[in-house]
Every structure is written in C-alpha cells, then in structure tokens.
Design a binder for this molecule. Structure first.
Ligand SMILES: Nc1ncnc2c1ncn2[C@@H]1O[C@H](COP(=O)(O)OP(=O)(O)OP(=O)(O)O)[C@@H](O)[C@H]1O
Ligand SMILES: [Mg+2]
Length: 492
C-alpha cells in the first residue's frame, strides 16, 4: 500500500532545562487525513507542534514537507510553507477586526494601497463558506472563545495552508460549538487539507481522526489507523501501565445534610433548591449556559444572591466574599484555571500551599521542610510533571498547570468542595487520580459538588445528579436512576 506522506517529522529531539521534552520522535502524516496526537500532560505534544511551527528549534531531527527537508527559523517561515497552528492558548490581535486578523501577515494590496474592501469581501466569503455567523468587522476581543478559534481557523484557510494544526481546540468549547468545529474540520479534510489534532477527549479522537500517534514522556510510542485500536489499548499506550477502572466510584461516609440551598435566585438563576449530605458526591449537569458556574458563585459569596437562602451545617449563612466561604470550610476549583487559579511566576510548591499557609506555619512562621514535604505529596498524587517543585508554573505544560490548581484546593482541605469541570484538559491517568482523591475525601465525610459537561464522569462518580437548564432546576436523579438519555431529556 503506497501512502501519500505530506509530512515527516524525523528524529526530533528537544530539550529544556531539566527535561527532554522530545526524544527522537519520528511521525509520518498522510495527506488529506485528520491525524490525532495524544499523550498525557507533559508528553511533548505542544512542544512537537511548536517545533513544526518554527517556534522552537530542535537539537536534532528534521522536518520533511512534501519530500523537501525544511528548517523553519521562525513561525513566519513555517506559515509561508503552508503550516498553520491554532495554539493551546489562542493568540489573536484582540483590538483588530475579524477580517484584519484573517489577513495578519498576509495583507491584500491593490497597487500600493491596502485593499481593505477586498479583504473584507474575501473574509465574508470564507465565513459564509463555513456556514458561520460572524461579523467580519467585529473586534476580535468581543467574540466568544469559540469564535476566536474559528477566526484562527479562517486565518489558516485564507493562508492556503496545507497543514492545519489544532492544539486542544475542544478544551474551551461547548458541545454545540464542538459540533460546528467538527463540521469545519471535516470540510477542510474534504478540501485536501491535512489536519493534526490534539485532544485529551478520546471520544473525539475516535470520532474524528483517521490515524493517531501516541507520545509518552517525549517518546513516540506508535502511530496507528484509528480502526486498529480500542479505547483501552490507546489509554494503555498513553499511560504506559495498566489502568484500573475509568470511574472507580467508592461509597462515601454519608452523614447529615451539610448544605441546603432554598429558592436561590440571581441573574439567570431562578428559584434553585437542593440539599447535599456530608460524604456525598453531588453532580450538577446541564449544557454550558445552564447557570451551573453561576450557582456555585452565588453559594460561595462570589456573587450576591438576590433572594433565597443558603444553610451550611444547619446554619443560615451570608458570605460577603469568597474568603468568608473559604474560612467556613468551602472551596472551589474554578473552571477558568488560567485566570483564577495560579500565580504564573511562583513555584509549583508555593502555588500549592498559597491558599492554606496556616497548614505549613503552625506558629506563624512557614516551615520550609513541611511545605516541601506536603506539596510534594500532592504533586505526586496528581502526577504533576515538573522538573522540580521550584519550577515556576509558567514553564509547565497546560494540563500540568491545571493539576497544580487541583492540588492547591485539595491541599486546602475544604469540607465542601465545588469542582467546576475538574478534569477538563487533564489526561486520563490524572483524571483517575482525581477520582481517587474524590473517593478519599468523601470517605472522610467531606462533600464534593461536581459540575461537569462530561456525562460519563457524572454518571460514574456521583451519588446524585441535579440537572439544570437556562437557570432552572429541571430535576434530580439518583445514581441508580440516572442515564445519559434521562439527563439529556431533562436538559432541553
Ligand atoms: N518553554 C518551556 N520551558 C521549559 N520547559 C518546557 C517549556 N515548554 C514545555 N516544557 C516542558 O516540556 C515538557 C512537554 O511539554 P508540552 O507542553 O509539550 O506537553 P503537552 O504534551 O502539550 O502537555 P499538555 O497535555 O499538558 O498540554 C513538559 O515537561 C514541560 O514542562
Ligand atoms: Mg499542550
């Protein structure tokens, strides 16, 4: 069988201080396919993409594009050669318009003048072609994350790219937006564009990809056609060990009602009531926009409820701020970890301990040894990949930064912990560690309230699931009753 290889990455090696991010990686990509790239957090996926994009220069190896060996000194050269990348962190020129962004680095000229009209026209064509509803004159900063991503894709199309790389595009998208993105990606494949697609959502990889490459600890494990692998074998290749059950739910130590919410109303939230017992894992399901994060914020004193009451341990509470709620034993692993979670220029160690310094300074003075010991324990539990505990978090891979956020709130030992999309962007191995930590918490009689868009995770780990839609509570199901179909039916 002869295959049309558009791109070969040959023997790529890339080191950073203390880490060999890529170790002799060789991957061939077939023309006109969607090629998945998977691996645990820190496996080297983004680094490989940055080498391809001319951002990083490898110590060894070469890039062969359509039979020619290429060296990209800069992203501009890579782009000129037909390689476009939608990075894990979106980088658009926010103050500029959609059309202007689509022509960045590639401005249309009419004689010696910039052809604004022509560019807007062409931009509109591309938008229509994709069946999107985006105003090409809108300022990019006013768009949703999903639309920003689509602008990046349009930039790639406009650039006549041969290869479009997408680094975890789905981590920030809602389900409906995902459908649109999938449709666009498939459409591009029809046009003969080759797509390299990075994701931690394996369903998506199986749904979308033709071939998939697995990286582990900077090494290429294998590349296979998608129909020759099972989910389990893919997971095993990624983690390099036998994984236990995906959702290892164990019963908690159930006690009395610890949190009671009555008729809570605020903004889109309308008259929400529910009760949670100590030792329970309580799930909150719903589409994005259902008001799940808003509910957590209103309970935790981040936003002030307009009406309704919150009782904690039987006592009516009026938290004036989030720190009031923290003092009372509540905690939140926020959805938007990039913004709310970490101090980028602080070390992994200090980020872990920051929200609970008293725990390491029993006499008011920080005990360095205790801080190291405890923070290390959590890093180990969550398998945070970092050269050392003294590394600044900004140098960690995206998913490993998220693990540090989780570690920090677990370190805080909240009695009632809200987890908002706790496993988004986190690899399968670490997901299962988080589930084990949830088990351990509820065994100690602590309470976990889990907001998640991943239904299998809710079904697998919760005792009860509340379903929300457009700010209303649609109902509640016990673990025994709940199925994906029942929840979906309640969501709409
Ligand atoms: N600029 C950098 N400086 C130092 N180390 C880095 C840098 N970029 C990446 N690394 C390290 O290289 C390794 C690979 O990181 P990379 O970002 O490629 O992982 P990834 O597979 O994309 O992970 P994720 O799924 O979490 O996004 C990690 O150990 C990371 O800490
Ligand atoms: Mg990455």
């Amino acid at each position: 069988m002869s295959r049309d290889i558009i791109l070969s990455l040959k023997g790529i090696t890339k080191e950073f201080p203390g880490v060999k991010a890529l170790d002799d990686v060789t991957i061939n990509v077939e023309r006109g396919t969607i090629h998945g790239l998977v691996g645990e957090n820190g496996a080297g996926k983004s680094t490989l993409i940055k080498v391809l994009a001319g951002i990083y220069h490898p110590e060894a190896g070469e890039i062969v594009l359509e039979g020619q060996t290429r060296k990209f000194a800069s992203p501009i050269e890579a782009r000129a050669a037909g390689i476009s990348v939608v990075h894990q962190e979106i980088k658009l020129a926010e103050p500029l318009s959609v059309a202007e962004n689509m022509f960045l680095g590639n401005v249309m000229m009419k004689g010696r003048l910039v052809d604004w009209k022509g560019m807007r026209q062409r931009a509109r064509e591309i938008v229509n072609d994709l069946g999107m509803d985006i105003d090409v004159n809108a300022q990019v900063s006013s768009l949703t994350v999903a639309k920003k991503q689509i602008v990046e894709i349009m930039h790639a199309i406009n650039n006549n790219s041969k290869i479009l790389v997408m680094d975890e595009p789905s981590a920030v998208l809602t389900n409906r937006e995902l459908d649109v993105m999938f449709r666009i990606v498939r459409q591009l494949r029809e046009k003969g564009i080759t797509i390299i697609y990075i994701s931690h959502r394996l369903d998506e990889v199986f749904d979308l990809c033709d071939n998939v490459s697995v990286l582990r600890d900077g090494r290429h494990i294998d590349t296979l056609p998608i129909d020759q692998i099972t989910r389990q074998s893919l997971i095993n290749m990624m983690v390099g060990r036998e994984m236990g059950q995906e959702y290892p739910k164990e019963p908690g130590n159930i006690g009395d009602t610890i949190l009671k919410v009555e008729h809570l109303t605020r903004g889109i939230l309308k008259d929400i009531s529910f009760e949670v017992k100590a030792g329970e894992v309580f799930g909150i399901s719903g589409l994005v926009g259902a008001g799940r994060t808003e509910l957590a914020r209103a309970i935790l004193g981040i936003d002030k409820p307009e009406s309704g009451e919150v009782f904690v341990r039987g006592r009516k509470v009026h938290y004036r701020s989030f720190s009031d709620a923290i003092k009372d034993g509540l905690g939140l692993i926020p959805e938007d970890r990039k913004l709310q979670g970490l101090v980028q220029i602080m070390t992994v160690e200090r980020n872990t301990t920051l929200v609970n310094l008293p725990r390491i300074s029993p006499n008011g003075v920080i005990l360095k040894d205790l801080e190291s010991k405890l923070s290390q324990e959590y890093a180990k539990k969550l398998r945070v990949m970092t050269p050392s505990m003294d590394t600044e978090v900004q140098f960690l891979s995206g998913g490993n930064q998220q693990k540090v956020v989780v570690a920090k709130w677990l370190f805080r030992e909240a009695e009632i912990l809200f987890l908002d999309e706790p496993t988004r962007g986190i690899d399968v191995g670490a997901k299962s560690e988080i589930y084990h930590l949830i088990n351990a918490m509820v065994k100690e009689g602590k309470t976990v309230i889990m907001i998640s868009s991943e239904m299998p995770e809710l079904l697998g780990m919760c005792d009860r699931i509340m379903v929300m839609h457009e700010g209303h509570k649609m109902g509640e199901l016990t673990a025994e009753e709940a199925t994906q179909e029942k929840i979906m039916a309640m969501c709409v």
